[in-house]
Design a protein around this ligand. Sequence first.
Ligand code: UTP
Length: 286
Amino acid sequence: MKRVRTAVFPVAGLGTRILPATKAMPKEMLTIVDRPLIQYAVEEALEAGVERFVFVTGRGKSALVDHFDIAYELETVMTSRGKSLDRLGGTRFQPGALVSVRQQEPLGLGHAVWCAREIVGDEPFAVLLPDDLMVGKPNCLAQMVEAYEKVGGNIVCAQDVPRERTQSYGIVTPGASDGPLTEVRGLVEKPQPEDAPSTLGVVGRYILQPEVMAILGRIGKGSGGEIQLTDGMAELIGTQPFHAFTFAGERHDCGDAGGFVVANLALALGRADLAPRVRAFLASRD
Ligand code: UTP
């Protein structure tokens, strides 16, 4: 079985749910406590053993790549003033480890993943959606990689979602379960609550086999007029092992204002240097 060495970060979306924050700034640069969403996702992948990082970007997204570059002026000035560069930790790649490709038009998540096909090549790969911030130990992708090493094939991260919200997710038709792994018998994108085969919703982490790329290249638009990753993955069911993985940890959907604020609170409360101040503030508002 080939190791998961490559991770694709589709970061070309328009982020309309959290406008105006994302009018001139990529959604994935939104800051949770003191680092942008993209950095959390990159660090998660790095810890899970990923060596090649593919950003699928769009126009106006260069800050995402710049965030992991050398910042000469900043570093020179900080050093000359005797300031520590520790706060810049986690913002450099090994030279050559980051590749960025353009999705010229935001035609959907499936199309964004397909844009990375030449770089992914003939290997299994991970997909991380940085606006889904996953908090867990070991981290979400590391847990999925461990499961992948046992069952192979394709694994999507999944979570029980409220039935009234099924039209915001890809929904699994579940088969047999074994611990955190549930066999996937079908996948449908954004079904109405009354049509949803379950309430097991796919969230922003995937381990996929390269065969999905050819499928994504030929399928047309699906739900919402976009080329859907769910539709591409659905065609793999029955031809390769396919599981949903319920991860042990917390997920924050930072793509809308409510989730973004809660994520900031949750992570600040987890930090010894910030928690007392945040707790005191919240208590004063009770
Ligand atoms: P979302 O469904 O959150 O879409 O995409 P969005 O466009 O970013 O945000 P809203 O819904 O308008 O507020 C999930 C992930 O897929 C990427 C996004 O950047 C995000 O990481 N994506 C989506 C692309 O890269 N390209 C697309 O065409 C669509």
